[in-house]
Ligand binder design. Sequence first.
Ligand code: HPA
Length: 267
Amino acid sequence: MQNVKDTAALLKKETTLRPTLAMVLGSGFHHALAHFDSVREFAYGELPGFPTVGVTGHAGKLLIGRFGKVSVVILNGRAHYYEGHSMDKIVFPIRVLAEFGVRTILLTNAAGAINRLYMPGDFMVIEDHINFMGVNPLRGPDVPGLQRFVDLSQVYDPKLIKRIEQAAKKSKLRLRKGIYLAVSGPNYETPAEIRAFRRLGADAVGMSTVPEAIVARQYEMAVAGLSCITNKAAGRDPGGLLHQNVLATGEQKKDQMAEFLLAFAQL
Ligand code: HPA
């Protein structure tokens, strides 16, 4: 984990701001920085150990700045497991944020709605998750000073769930609540898989967030999760599922997302 400390040290050297709040902007949410005053920006390529980011709609920049008076560090774009990165690489930025001093993290993503009541354009506050990726970001040698057997009884902080609800009200998001199930992707699911996931208790499905949430809990950060429902999950929409449509929903919601991020930071 030497690298983690080095990269965090680099951030500390380059800025005087010391945000304790971080936001990870997934697909769609990267448009939502209208109210963010960036003080310092780093392409992931400038940060040793950070993954490269490939998927369309992900920028791959770490920004340090402010929403109003509140200092925030933003990961704009994330690496996905389906791109071929190791799990260690995917969660490296979260470890760096922890070393940098972040104590609260908002993880955002695009997700398909399994719950029949949830529609594209809705948002879902994540209450809990199901790790269906088949891998675990904590697998590997024990890291001195960090927990080995992390308790996930309450990954998503109840106070932050309330804060998301309040910010959603302010920014007029249609907010649902539910269980996010993570798959490794990159294919979208089959209708049979979606029926199975529904029976398991999942409300939405996506290809990210869960590894980051687990590692954030290893550092005892307070974790919040918000999904933008970009599409009905496979089998719910006779037209099938296109990545362009997934991106288009995020694009349509960008102003509301920008309002939401500002409200969440300031609450
Ligand atoms: N499935 C998996 N990941 C997703 C989806 C989906 O339907 N929509 C956005 N990300």
